[in-house]
Design a protein around this ligand. Structure first.
Ligand SMILES: *Cc1c(COP(=O)(O)O)cnc(C)c1O
Length: 454
């Protein structure tokens, strides 16, 4: 009998045959012919290598893989999804969607020339991000703001510019991993600063920091523990006590606050997430925060603080390597304007989601269930903020639940539809949480569910 590996290899189609397969011809779209040949050749080569590695079924679905790849290259497969997970800031789904005004401002900045570093009054060189600085000053009282690529860059740059070659004191309970490889001890090492850990995992006092301060100390660093919470027998100094201690010893205080919150989360029945305004008021010298968590803007890192320190950070060579581009600056500016106008709850999507009332969510899901028919019902659920904010805390919510013998398959059909829907499985059924389905997505969602269950 022929050996199965040879049989699998012989069964592979030729490049020509696959290029001319009707499904592939159909999927070619506007792509250039030679490119289709390259895609096909690459897919066949990969399949051959997989067969040689011992997987004799590797050719199964080869044509479909080529068709999918062509659809992606030609831009016919969108990766825009409806978020039915109930996780408001979902890193795997791109974190915060921005407001319509923010998207428009980013689009305008992207497609035009703009006075990015030109003062239109004098026609001379002006400061990049000057409007954002003035907005942040108004909102939080911060003297200066520098916008960089993301918060990881903000922390790295801040430490490199202020503390390289010297000690930075961190509580053992805060030497954490935020996720995605961002570990405070590693970032410190990368910046050239020396980590000095004090206290214990659950309890650290001002006196622990104080006794570690010596001539080589550059700063005290406070880190928001982000994705995890220690509860029970815990102690952690107030930020204002730490900043007072730092000032008394002539060293810097730095806070990595994470989420960049400007509103009070306790209004929605959640715990209180520290706000940028509170951090500034505590007197901390520099604060680092993300732009696309609770701020609700595009991916960015904000370095906020005292003039003299932020200026030192801005002049560090690494600052240029991590600086924000013009679309990001336009997006952050437009997002901050919603806070200045007091309209963030209605306009900034993450705050829109957080501030929906349960009655409204109940009504919304009841409407969905009624229009979907007998397989759909409404369930009480819990949504979460996500993105490392308020771990373990939930927001009451409602979901539409679709009955199916094979919920995993239904969830997959929903993901692979023309408008992909990401759901979650609750008690063995597919659930789509109303809190994270954005306004205006209702019809597209119902259409997608109908297709998936028909
Ligand atoms: C999220 C987070 C970071 C990383 O921020 P990015 O914007 O993802 O780079 C760093 N520190 C804390 C405390 C965070 O919560």
């Amino acid at each position: 009998m022929e050996n199965p590996q040879n049989r699998a290899l012989r069964a592979l189609p030729s490049v020509d045959a696959l290029v001319n397969d009707p499904a592939v011809v159909d999927a070619r779209g506007a792509l250039w012919h030679e490119l289709v040949t390259r895609v096909v050749r690459h897919a066949i080569d990969e399949t051959r290598a997989t067969i040689l590695a011992g997987n004799h079924d590797a050719a199964h679905g080869l044509t479909q893989r080529v068709v999918n790849e062509l659809a992606i290259l030609d831009g016919r497969r969108s990766n825009i999804v409806i978020n039915g997970t109930g996780v408001i800031i979902q890193t795997n789904l791109g974190r915060a969607p921005v407001s319509a005004d923010t998207a428009q401002a980013m689009n305008d900045a992207a497609t035009s020339y703009l006075a990015l570093e030109t003062d239109l009054e004098t026609g001379e060189r002006g400061g990049r991000g000057a409007t954002i600085e003035s907005m942040m000053r108004t909102l939080t009282g911060a003297e200066r703001t520098l916008v960089v690529n993301n918060n990881a860059a903000a922390v790295l740059l801040t430490l490199a510019a202020t503390s390289a070659g010297r000690g930075v004191i961190v509580s053992r309970g805060e030497a954490v991993e935020i996720g995605g490889g961002f570990r405070i001890p590693d970032v410190l090492r990368q910046s050239g600063a020396l980590l000095v850990e004090v206290g214990t995992t659950n309890r650290t006092y001002v006196r622990d920091y104080e006794s570690a301060i010596d001539d080589d100390t550059a700063a005290l660093l406070r880190v928001h523990a982000s994705n995890f919470a220690i509860t029970g027998f815990v102690a952690r100094p107030d930020l204002s006590d730490l900043t007072a201690l730092a000032r008394q010893h002539g060293i810097l205080s730095i806070e990595d606050v994470g989420s960049g919150c400007l509103l009070n989360t306790s209004h929605y029945g959640l715990d209180h997430e520290p706000t940028l305004t509170e951090s500034v008021a505590s007197g901390v010298d520099v604060i680092c925060a993300s732009g696309d968590k609770l701020l609700g803007g595009p991916q960015a890192g904000l370095i906020i603080g005292r003039s003299e320190v932020v200026e030192r950070i801005r002049r560090h060579p690494l600052a240029r390597a991590v600086r924000a581009d013009k679309t990001c600056l336009a997006g952050i500016e437009a997002t901050l304007r919603h806070y200045l106008r007091g309209e963030a709850e209605e306009k900034v999507p993450v705050w829109w989601s957080m501030s929906r009332l349960t009655d409204w969510l109940n009504e919304r899901t009841s409407g969905w269930a009624a229009s979907l028919g007998s397989r759909a019902s409404v369930a009480v659920t819990s949504a979460v903020v996500g993105g490392g904010s308020l771990p373990g805390k939930t927001l009451p919510s409602f979901a539409v639940v679709i009955r199916d013998d094979s919920p995993d398959h239904l969830a997959k059909r929903l993901r692979l539809g023309t408008t992909p829907v990401v759901s979650r499985i609750i008690d063995g059924q597919v659930a789509i949480d109303a809190r994270t389905v954005l306004p205006g997505q209702d019809d597209a969602l119902l259409d997608a569910i109908r297709r998936a269950i028909s």
